[in-house]
Structure formats: structure tokens, C-alpha cells
Design a protein around this ligand. Structure first.
Ligand SMILES: [Zn+2]
Length: 370
């Protein structure tokens, strides 16, 4: 039977979704909102006519199953939810490409492929409302911190468990979602690139090596407030000076690490007035690397540098960990398979690390920042 993919249909469907659930500022499919529910209803209509079973799991993830000869499952995933004013391809490209692949496999094998194929639309991958991303997928993989999630509150003061109850999800049971992974053999996801690497190389596709490990810390330098007019330069304990030295240092640290990245994303000063030397300066440092040892090295170097700068400036420094996660290298065979498919499709592939797809961009940062 003639079975080929029709990517033009996917693009047309993505435009349809954009018209249905976006406005002039972008996609508005924030999880657990009426627009998100509407998007999922639309998505399920696209699956009609195929011999698939569709159900929502305990964490609100939406599973579509095409049973094959083997129970072993190939999972294809994505997220139809978006941040407020989101991009038109983030997340929904993955699920809609999955729909097209499912159509093709269904046609090719007359409704009975050699292995079971399942599409999953993860619930609240973006975390836009509660400031904590990857809700559905971390519940499913067993990595959700229940105590932390139980206490999450949105801007209206609504708790996550109550918001979930409104859409028929029992918070205390969300980890039951893990049973969906029973026969999982492989997981594939097509995602729009969120950095400029492939763009700069003028390549349409790349294979992702894994997700970065992250070390996220607040660093506080403590000096002494002093009048900006009457305090000579050599008598100052300037907390900002020490913090400012970190700014250029992290570029050296990242450079030495190979493919690591470091970001000072926020800086607050006290007393924070134009006529005083800075008494206290708090910066946040976010470090990421695909290699756990190199990530640890970057952190160590940043700590040493902060102590050196503190000493030079006669101020004190203290560190507070805000968040960390280990790197997750992806499966070598699947990476090789992706590489091969990409070369077949466009002649050349490129391997790159990925950011976690939902690190807050336009979403609130309050879960991470002071
Ligand atoms: Zn995404």
C-alpha cells in the first residue's frame, strides 16, 4: 500500500491549531485552561478514523495507542500546551508530526504494525501557570516531587491540586501514570530548536544528544554600606564589585568546559540607592553541561572564583543552591538512528545538546528565583 508522510498536511494542521487557539501575540494553550481543553479536543478529532484507543492517564497525559503485533511500544511524544504568547511550533509540532507518522504507519501496515505505537501529549509540560515545568512527564517517570508540587500556587492563589481537581485529576494519584511506561521500548520526539545552533549552521535538522545537567545557585556577597561621597575608594567593602567580577569570569569558566554554558540571570543590590556603596549583592548563577563531571568542575571553579573576588574586595560570600538536575544522555542507538534518518532526508546531520524543552522563557520564574 502506498504509504508516505504528508508534511504539508502537518503544516496546514498546525496553522489550523494556531488560528483556533492563538491570537496576535502567539499561542494561548496554557495547560488546564479552556483553550488547552479545546486544543486537545481538536487534536483528538485529527485521530478519528484510525483504529486507535485514546485515554487520559492519572496525570492528565493523553495517550493514543495503535496496537501492533508486539506489545513493545514505540512512544512518540510532545505537548500541545504552550506558555502564554507561545511560539506556533513549540510542543505542538511534536504531537502533530506524531499524528502524521501514526497515519503513515497505520496505512503501511493495514492497522497492525509490528510493534505497538503510542502518541503521548504530556500535560502541562510548560509549567506556565504554576511556575514548575514537566508536570505530566515527571509524574509519569516518577520524578515529580509530590511535596513541592502540592504546595504550588498560581497567581490567583489557586493550588495545583485544586486546579487539577477542576479538570478531573486526583493529585494524590498522579504517579499512577507511570504504568503507561510498562512496555515502552523507545521514545522519540521532534522538537523545534529553541537555540540558534542549527540556524547558524543553516541545517534543518539535528540529533539531540541528551539534556543538560543544571546547577542553579544564588550567590550573595556581603560588604558594607558607605556614603558614596565621603568614603574613599580604598576604604570600601563593595559587594557589587565582587559580584561584577563574576560576570566576566563565568565566560572563562564556560569556555574552558567545552560545551557548557553559564548565565548570571539576576542581580539585586542593597540598599540599592544611588548614594551608597552596595552592602549586599545577590546574583543567580545557572550552569549547564551534558557531562556531569564537567558540570561539577564548572561549579567548583565558580565557587573558587567567588571566594577569590570576595577576598580581594574584603567582603564575604555565601552560596545557596536553588535547583539542580543531573545530565540525561540519550540512548546511543536512537541517536544513531536519528542521525541516519536526518542524513537520508537532508544530506547532513549535526549532533547537539538540548535544553530541557520547557525551561521558563516567557513563563514565571518564581519557582527558581528568590
Ligand atoms: Zn516544548
Amino acid at each position: 500500500m502506498n504509504a508516505s508522510l504528508n508534511p504539508k498536511r502537518t503544516i496546514a494542521e498546525l496553522k489550523e491549531l494556531r488560528a483556533l487557539t492563538g491570537d496576535e501575540n502567539g499561542a494561548q494553550r496554557v495547560a488546564f485552561t479552556p483553550t488547552w481543553v479545546k486544543a486537545r479536543e481538536w487534536y483528538q478529532k485529527k485521530l478519528e478514523g484510525m483504529p486507535v484507543e485514546i485515554h487520559r492517564d492519572a496525570a492528565g497525559n493523553l495517550w493514543t495507542t495503535l496496537r501492533g503485533a508486539s506489545e513493545k511500544c514505540l512512544l512518540i511524544g510532545g505537548h500541545i500546551d504552550s506558555v502564554p504568547n507561545g511560539g506556533w511550533l513549540d510542543g505542538c509540532l511534536n504531537v502533530m508530526a506524531g499524528v502524521e507518522i501514526l497515519r503513515r504507519i497505520n496505512t503501511q501496515y493495514g492497522g497492525k504494525p509490528p510493534v505497538t505505537v503510542r502518541l503521548v501529549d504530556w500535560a502541562d509540560e510548560e509549567g506556565a501557570r504554576f511556575g514548575k515545568s514537566l508536570f505530566g512527564s515527571s509524574a509519569c517517570s516518577g520524578n515529580l516531587d509530590m511535596n513541592e508540587a502540592r504546595g504550588l500556587v498560581d497567581k490567583q492563589g489557586i493550588k495545583l491540586p485544586d486546579a487539577l481537581k477542576n479538570v478531573g485529576i486526583d493529585f494524590e494519584r498522579v504517579k499512577d501514570s507511570g504504568m503507561e511506561l510498562k512496555n515502552a521500548a523507545a521514545y522519540l520526539e521532534l522538537h523545534i530548536e529553541q537555540g540558534p545552533v542549527l540556524l547558524d549552521l543553516n541545517l534543518p535538522l539535528g540529533a539531540v544528544l541528551g539534556t543538560f545537567g543544571v546547577e542553579r545557585h544564588a550567590i550573595t556577597f556581603q560588604g558594607q554600606a558607605a556614603h558614596s561621597g565621603s568614603t574613599p575608594m580604598n576604604r570600601r567593602k563593595d559587594a557589587f564589585l565582587a559580584a561584577a567580577k563574576m560576570s566576566s569570569e563565568i565566560y572563562q569558566i564556560a569556555g574552558r568546559s567545552g560545551n557548557g554554558v553559564c548565565t548570571i540571570g539576576s542581580c539585586t543590590t542593597k540598599p540599592g540607592i544611588v548614594t551608597s556603596v552596595v552592602e549586599e549583592c545577590r546574583i543567580t548563577l545557572d550552569q549547564r553541561h551534558l557531562d556531569a563531571a564537567k558540570l561539577a568542575r564548572m561549579l567548583h571553579e565558580a565557587k573558587e572564583a567567588s571566594e577569590k573576588f570576595a577576598k580581594e574586595g574584603n567582603v564575604r560570600v555565601s552560596w545557596e543552591r536553588l535547583w539542580q538536575i543531573a545530565p540525561r544522555p540519550f540512548n546511543d542507538e536512537l541517536i544513531a538512528l536519528c542521525d541516519e534518518s536526518i542524513r537520508e532526508t537532508c544530506g547532513q546531520s549535526h549532533r547537539l545538546p538540548a535544553d530541557r524543552c520547557t525551561t521558563p522563557r516567557k513563563s514565571p520564574l518564581r519557582a527558581y528565583l528568590p
